[in-house]
Design a protein around this ligand. Structure first.
Ligand code: NDP
Length: 262
């Protein structure tokens, strides 16, 4: 028997247990995947449970992807550059951290559009935005970044070599990526982040928060193509499954478990 969990807060919306338990069942593995909805002060203790073998692996989600790094023995190079970890496991006597979000994001995005010569705006400067920036590194000349806290957005833009823009003076772009957690918070759930006039000029909206948000609802009403955030969840989980188990992920089963066709 092996135990895995997703660690974060809030976790009511998390589909990861559904996704992983469906995959474990399909491969007849005696593994269980649960949720650990914790406060920051409990993060260290959960990481100790990976070292002791109580957990064989953890998916780390909002808001701990950066915080978790201090408790790891080793970071896989990509996670080091991104500066955020969403996958934790024990190997060769070390608690290791890896990032599969960037690959999940890229796989989902390129499935829907060719990025050559497209102008792309990322809204947000947290762990998810960092993964998006890494995934888009070869297109960085066409990538813009904005953030509520300007100084943080500016620092990140400089680090990844993209152009920082003020959130009230957004440029016209082809692809709008919402990498903020604004819609998870009841206080900001009804903020669109971008004006409708601005949105009308966009051809693709990718809101990383799954479920319908005000942004995806408005985009759909305006006839703009939206990418389902569950696709990113699926593709990052496929990589994570392979890291956790060393086995090929049952992609169809995982997709179906969260209502996607692959
Ligand atoms: P972080 O907590 O690291 O960062 C949150 C970001 O959201 C910051 O840039 C913050 O701005 C911004 N933000 C929060 N509230 C508001 C608001 N009211 N208005 C404008 N900006 C706001 O979170 P993550 O980067 O880890 O995750 C971001 C989102 O992406 C989450 O909702 C998460 O669920 C989703 N996600 C989805 C994945 C998927 O597979 N589909 C994978 C990874 C993440 P500031 O700097 O000003 O505080």
């Amino acid at each position: 028997m092996k135990f895995f969990a997703v660690v974060g807060h809030p976790l009511e919306h998390s589909l990861s247990p559904t996704l992983f338990n469906a995959a474990f069942k399909a491969l007849d593995l005696d593994y269980t995947y649960t949720k650990e909805d914790i406060g920051l002060s409990e993060l260290k203790l959960i990481l100790e449970k990976v070292r002791s073998g109580e957990y064989s692996g953890l998916s780390v989600t909002v808001p701990y992807k950066e915080e978790v790094i201090q408790y790891l023995d080793e970071l896989i190079p990509e996670a080091k550059i991104i500066g955020a970890v969403n996958t934790v496991y024990f190997s060769e006597g070390k608690v290791k951290g890896e990032n599969t979000d960037w690959q999940g994001f890229k796989d989902a995005l390129v499935k829907h559009t060719n990025l050559e010569n497209k102008k792309i705006l990322i809204y947000g400067a947290g762990g998810a935005a960092r993964a998006c920036l890494y995934a888009l590194k070869e297109f960085k000349d066409n990538v813009f970044l904005t953030n509520r806290t300007e100084a943080k957005g500016m620092r990140l833009s400089e680090e990844f070599g993209v152009t920082f823009v003020n959130k009230d003076k957004l440029p016209d772009v082809d692809v709008f990526i919402n990498a903020t957690s604004a819609s998870l918070n009841p206080k900001s759930r009804n903020e669109l982040l971008v004006s409708e006039d601005q949105l009308k000029k966009v051809s693709i909206v990718f809101d990383l928060v799954y479920g319908e948000t005000l942004l995806t609802k408005t985009a759909n009403t305006l006839g703009i193509k939206t990418i389902d955030a569950k696709e990113m969840l699926l593709y990052q989980a496929i990589k994570q499954f392979e890291i956790f188990t060393g086995k090929e992920a049952p992609i169809e089963v995982m997709a179906k478990s969260i209502g996607l066709s692959h």
